[in-house]
Every structure is written in C-alpha cells, then in structure tokens.
Write a protein that binds this ligand. Sequence first.
Ligand SMILES: C[S@@+](CC[C@H](N)C(=O)[O-])C[C@H]1O[C@@H](n2cnc3c(N)ncnc32)[C@H](O)[C@@H]1O
Length: 180
Amino acid sequence: MTGRSSLAQLPSNAESPQWQLNRDMLAATLDTLLAIPNLAELRTALATLQQRLHDPGDPIHRTDGSVVLFTPVVLIADLEQIATARTLERARYYLTRLRRSLDEPRFAPTSDIDLRRWKEYDDILTDSLWLIERRDTSGVHRADYWGNFVPQIPRQFIRRYTRPGEWVLDPFAGSGTTLI
Ligand SMILES: C[S@@+](CC[C@H](N)C(=O)[O-])C[C@H]1O[C@@H](n2cnc3c(N)ncnc32)[C@H](O)[C@@H]1O
C-alpha cells in the first residue's frame, strides 16, 4: 500500500464501488503511454488499457502488492479525456496528471482533501453552480426560520476548509444551521 492511495486513506465519502488496481502495474503502464511518440499510437494503447481495466482477470486488478483505488467512471473519463485530446502535448498533460495521482497525495492547505483525487469525492460539489435539489432534513433542525440556508451549504464549506475536530466560527449563526 502506498500513501494516500492505500485502502485506509481513500476519500472517506466515496460511495461508488471502487476498482482495486495494482499500483505499480498501472504506474508502469502510464509511464509507457507517456513515452509513445504519436497520438494515433497513444489512442490505441489507451483503448487496450481500457479493455484491461474492464477485465477483472487482468493482472492490473491483482491486489497482492501495492493497491490504488479508483472510481471506475472517473478513471475511464480521465482516459477518454486523454484519448480525445487534439494534440500529443495536451494528451501528455492529462496523462501526467493522472500518473501523478498515483504518487503521494497533495493535500489542500485547510483540509484532508487530496487535490490529486478531487474528482472522487462524491460529497463535494465541484461545479461553479451548486444545484441542491432539496433541503437535507436528516438533522434535528427545524426550517421554519425564513432567513436560514440549507445545511448542505455550510457543509460544503466545512468540508473544504476544516479537518475533523476543528472549530468553525459562524458569527451569523441565526437558527444554527451551520451547527447541524
Ligand atoms: C440570515 S441570518 C443567518 C441564518 C443562518 N445562516 C441560518 O441558517 O439560520 C443572519 C443572522 O445574523 C445575525 N446578525 C446580523 N447582524 C449581526 C451583527 N452585527 N452581529 C451579530 N449577529 C448579527 C442576525 O440576527 C441573524 O440571526
């Protein structure tokens, strides 16, 4: 097991089923892809890698060594992004980013979020527009104070800017949604 990529250190709220992949084999494969001198050949190699990932019997799924976990849909989308890049330079940029995510984590300064795996945190909204369908009513909070916000909003900030156990100051606590 290595660094952030180990089983114990996965994004804690990842709800999707994960692929457990052989880290060294995946890293070596990506290194090989990085050395490919043209886009057409790189795309063929990427297609082969995708097939291997979808084959549970492929050695890339062997978990007897160091293991890295990936949300399948995220990893496949990353490979698609590389394959559809218009230039080799751009493809290598995406590829290098993916390759780096297998190395040590790069933590956000104010949280335990691994910025190299940000796409895999199911509970963090990463779009510039936060679309929240309905209020989370799972807490003991009552929503009858008209000036309150939905609990999901402070939750987004607390996830990004605190680590577990830290204090949060909300000087405009109102009905106390932030506490919920
Ligand atoms: C819009 S409400 C906040 C609602 C809160 N986020 C919630 O979900 O319940 C703003 C709150 O800030 C408080 N407030 C406004 N100006 C303040 C001030 N100068 N000092 C302390 N509290 C203040 C108001 O009394 C009100 O409770």
